[in-house]
Design a protein around this ligand. Structure first.
Ligand code: ADP
Length: 603
């Protein structure tokens, strides 16, 4: 195949050589000449700088030269040369040439055939080192691909905030099909509140960067929470040319954080506001690490003092507590129904303890739930006392009834004696009935069925009726009634009011072992009726006055024990409460007590 010589340049070869070489020197290139006919190559000395080889080492024929090429570029070289010789004309290609030190240099080989007037055609060529160019282009390409394939949404805008570029992730984030349709759109249209976008744009213009969260709007209108980092992009003259921003969808993270925060708040509330004392301690050494307000209040320590203690220090008997802790450690028990603990001020009280294990940051902790059961225990004790009091109360009248009945059956007695014993039996029977009635009444009142027949109740007859039960002939002079005749009728259940006054009067008698006057009175005050029962008995100490209406509460009388059940005043209070009334007392120990009730008039 003959080369197409007609396309080759013909000129003053020496002048061309000279110009070409000068050009190579100026541009830092390596100049070569190749004679296809002779297969001879010659190199300019710049090859030493560019490749580290001498001219001879560069290769003095094509085969020698090809040895300097990169193994990947080498196989194609002969065919390329042939092809080029055939086509003729200027040519440019890039390939790699090995440097003396082993690495490869990318070169751009620009050559053209020169037909010498005096001889054969030669090829003049110049090799330029384009390694940095290629690297830069490669890096640019990589950067572009990195941005395109980034999982974060990336957008670029001009200085007015109009989109000039967005990557696929950005389009996906906002639910748009292609990136093209977004070009030129105002970024403010992606914000839920476009005024906020203006604020950010202004901040960017002034400060050059902006980082923060934005509430965006997807194409379908759904809101999105995005983490936005934006900065100014400058041109070659260091002048602002636009903005670049990266968007990360943090909606899910925010939702998860909110849920976590809510549940944390809930548990914190449960922990800090719960009425049960909760103490958290290290399972290894029993050191207290946290305690809620109920625990601090129960034990009387500050949080700081508490966290310096061991759980064992709270027990009245620390040695026993240590045994309990080892039982917990061995998994034998997690619940202790009754344990004696000590408050900061030294008071000993009873607690019920439940323990649970948990792990936190690779450490084992225990949560202890401490319930103060002193009050429950007190009530249980009171109940026991009450039961024995009730049985004692019942036994006395029952013994009297049975004794007198037996005596009456077996003896022949004169009629007046029989009458007297029968009266005793009747009296004791009534006491028994009262006792049972008080219990049943209280239960009915507590269940809300106590006050059934509300009607006008005349006050004076009521007081007389109550008094008649008590005033025996011998102490009739002791009882007095103090009530204006014109007092309007009360509004209430007569039977229940009768029962309440009867209880107060019975107490007045019972707790006046040395006698004294007893007054049953009533008057009007502030549009309501005030009824009272006054005695000159033993009185009640101030510290007992508040508890006097509590169920089963009794003051232990020294010297002369007075039997009772601790139910009478509770019943009175419940009756008055059911009438929307109030009850209170005034009492001086050793001088007597007055119990007051307020009730509505009938109108
Ligand atoms: P009981 O009399 O059966 O013990 P109550 O409920 O009627 O029960 O009274 C409770 C306690 O209040 C009594 O134990 C007593 O100590 C005290 N108490 C009640 N009434 C009087 C009173 N008039 N004078 C002194 N103490 C009283």
């Amino acid at each position: 195949m003959e080369p197409q010589n007609n396309q080759r340049q013909v000129g003053d070869a020496t002048a061309v050589d000279h110009h070409f070489e000068t050009l190579c020197q100026v541009t830092g290139g390596v100049f070569y000449q190749y004679g296809p006919d002779s297969d001879r190559l010659s190199w300019s000395p710049q090859c030493r700088n560019m490749f580290g080889w001498t001219e001879a080492e560069m290769g003095l024929d094509s085969a020698g030269w090809w040895q300097r090429l990169h193994p990947q570029d080498r196989p194609a070289a002969p065919a390329l040369l042939q092809d080029w010789l055939w086509r003729g004309g200027p040519d440019e290609r890039q390939y790699r040439v090995q440097h003396r030190q082993g690495h490869y240099v990318w070169v751009a080989d620009r050559s053209r055939p020169v037909c010498r007037a005096d001889g054969p055609t030669v090829i003049l060529g110049c090799l330029q080192d384009v390694t940095r160019d290629r690297q830069r282009r490669l890096q640019l390409g990589l950067a572009q691909r990195a941005i395109d394939s980034s999982i974060n949404g990336i957008a670029m805008t001009d200085l007015d905030g109009r989109l000039t570029y967005v990557n696929d992730a950005f389009a996906k984030l906002f639910g748009v099909c292609g990136t093209e349709e977004l070009s030129g759109r105002d970024v403010a249209s992606f914000w839920k509140h476009s005024r906020r976008a203006m604020v950010v744009l202004r901040a960017l213009q002034q400060q050059g960067v902006w980082c923060g969260e934005m509430i965006a709007r997807r194409h379908d209108g759904r809101p999105l929470i995005l983490q936005l980092s934006a900065h100014v992009v400058k041109d070659d003259h260091d002048q602002p040319a636009g903005f670049m921003a990266s968007f990360i969808d943090i909606s899910q993270r925010r939702r998860a954080e909110r849920t976590l925060q809510e549940s944390e708040e809930k548990y914190r509330l449960l922990f800090s506001c719960g009425s049960e004392a909760i103490i958290l301690f290290d399972a290894r050494n029993s050191r207290i690490v946290d305690a809620n307000a109920a625990a601090l209040a129960l034990y009387g320590y500050s949080h700081q003092e508490f966290t310096g203690l061991s759980i064992v220090d709270l027990a009245e008997e620390p040695d026993q507590a240590r045994v309990r802790m080892s039982q917990v450690e061995e998994g034998q028990f997690t619940h202790f129904p009754l344990v004696a603990h000590r408050k900061k001020d030294g008071t000993v009280f009873e607690v019920e303890v439940s323990l649970g294990d948990f792990r936190w940051r690779r450490r084992r902790f225990r949560a202890g739930f401490f319930r103060d059961v002193s009050e429950r225990r007190r009530i249980e004790r009171l109940k026991d006392e009450m039961l024995s009091a009730v049985s004692h109360e019942m036994r006395t009248p029952l013994t009297a009834i049975l004794g007198y009945a037996d005596f009456l059956q077996r003896s022949v007695l004169p009629a007046d004696k029989q009458q007297e014993y029968l009266q005793v039996i009747q009296h004791q029977g009534e006491r028994l009935k009262d006792l049972v009635d008080n219990h049943l009444n209280l239960q009915r009142l507590r269940a809300g069925f106590g006050v059934a027949h509300i009607q006008p109740v005349a006050v004076l007859p009521l007081l007389h009726g109550v008094l008649n039960v008590f005033s025996r002939a011998e102490d009739r002079g002791r009882f007095h009634i103090d009530c204006p005749a014109e007092l309007p009728p009360l509004c209430g259940d007569e039977n229940q009011l009768y029962r309440a006054l009867q209880n107060l009067l019975s107490n007045a008698v019972k707790y006046s072992p040395d006698g004294g006057d007893i007054v049953l009175g009533a008057y009007e005050e502030n549009g309501r009726a005030v009824l009272y029962v006054r005695d000159q008995g033993i009185g009640i100490l101030p510290q007992h006055q508040e508890k006097i209406f509590d169920r089963y509460f009794r003051v232990r009388a020294e010297g002369h024990p007075i039997s009772g059940t601790g139910l009478g005043l509770t019943l009175v209070k419940e009756i008055i409460k059911a009438h929307n009334g109030q009850i209170w007392l005034e009492s001086t120990p050793g001088c007597g007590s007055t119990f007051f009730l307020t009730l509505d008039f009938w109108n």
